[in-house]
Write a protein that binds this ligand. Structure first.
Ligand code: CP3
Length: 344
């Protein structure tokens, strides 16, 4: 039977008259219904591990807007937690983790099948979603890329320049590489279990790929993405993979071929015209409207949305923002973006 889900068609390389749409962080604090369910769950992590409520918030933007894909509601930092790191969220500030900068701290981490003890509720969320999603909606699973997750594990929090992770890389490269390897192998197991539960596509978020330069980019962003992609495709033939080496700039070029990813998601620091010329020849691209337009709206939103659609219409494209929607966004601007894409 011919594939009917538009996202899967774009990922298979088809150029569609209207690009399918979804939005990073589409279930989030800009939506009043999300805030209500999060309040019901108590805190963010309780929401992630409550399969019924996590499925509910995943479905909210699908009901409200009819996006072409739903993304599993979870977080990239659940994997380090499943490996044994402490994780908590400080309201208004973001994530905190126990730090890993010494061999003895690394040695306490687990490995292998044990991650599923913590992550089973996430797989249950996926099973609920496959039952409840409209049949035309694609379900995307995800994980953080090893480098990005390592930056949080090493620093114990988000950092503007990923300084502590870069420092460890120079001071104790063996330990740094052991962390990257442990994350690479457990990310494969995590995503593989998501696929077994019903995820139809997986996305690898490398939010801090842009701070890796030269050979480091090759070793710690590109190579892990390739190992993960190859092993997932070996275990699950045909599973589409979206890679997001955010702020990779010139290094977006050739990323499809070098990793085997079906789609490369691009942020808005590169223009859609540049992406059409240099990245889209390699395969499907996803992006890249600046998320600030979801706050500011108006004619600029319409013009910039059309620009992205126009620039990328001669090849496979999934419309998205360049990064996640922010809590100060206006839900009506999201509708305006969708209407603009679908009428362009
Ligand atoms: O896209 C989606 O809607 C799916 C769910 C999702 C979340 N986080 C939910 C979330 C996904 C895919 C992520 C990925 C994630 N998490 C990344 C990579 C993508 C990116 O944005 O760069 C990173 C770096 C994280 C780590 C993380 N989680 C941070 C830094 C924060 C705090 C940021 C903030 O805005 O407060 C989170 C919390 C988080 N993850 C929220 C959501 C909806 C906000 C939590 C809340 O309700 O308070």
């Amino acid at each position: 039977m011919a594939e009917t889900k538009t996202i899967l068609r774009a990922l298979a390389g088809e150029t569609l008259p209207t690009p399918p749409i979804w939005m990073m962080r589409q279930a989030g604090r800009y939506l009043p219904e999300y805030k209500a369910t999060r309040a019901q769950a108590g805190d963010f992590l309780s929401l992630c591990y409550n399969s019924e409520l996590a499925a509910e918030v995943t479905l909210q933007p699908i009901r409200r807007y009819g996006f072409d894909a739903a993304i599993l509601f979870a977080d990239i930092l659940l994997l380090p937690q499943a490996l044994g790191a402490d994780l908590w969220f400080v309201t208004g500030e973001g994530p905190r983790l126990s730090t890993i900068t010494k061999q003895a701290e690394f040695d306490k981490l687990g490995r292998g099948e044990m991650i599923h003890d913590t992550l089973n509720p996430i797989y249950d969320t996926i099973r609920i979603l496959r039952r409840e999603l409209p049949e035309e909606t694609t379900l995307i699973g995800f994980a953080g890329a090893p480098w990005t997750v390592a930056t949080y594990m090493i620093a114990g929090r988000g950092t503007p320049d990923q300084g502590p992770a870069h420092a460890l890389k120079y001071e104790n490269r063996a330990l740094f590489e052991a962390i990257i390897e442990r994350l690479t192998e457990s990310t494969i197991d995590y995503l593989s279990a998501q696929i077994d539960a019903g995820a139809e596509v997986v996305k690898i978020f490398d939010s801090w790929a842009g701070s890796l330069q030269g050979e480091d980019f090759h070793r710690y962003a590109l190579y892990p993405a390739r190992v993960i992609t190859e092993e997932l495709k070996r275990r699950h033939p045909g599973i589409p993979v979206i890679a997001f080496p955010r702020q990779a700039g010139d290094k977006y070029i050739g990323f499809h071929a070098a990793t085997g990813a079906d789609c490369v998601a691009v942020d808005d620091s590169v223009s859609p015209e540049w992406v059409a010329e240099h990245v889209q020849p390699g395969g499907c691209v996803q992006g890249n409207l600046a998320s600030k337009h979801m706050v500011t709206g108006g004619q600029a939103l319409v013009d910039e949305t059309r620009k992205v659609v126009e620039a990328l219409r001669n090849g496979p494209h999934i419309f998205n923002l360049g990064h996640g929607i922010t809590p100060d966004a206006d839900p009506e601007n999201v509708q305006l973006m969708i209407d603009t894409v679908r009428s362009a």
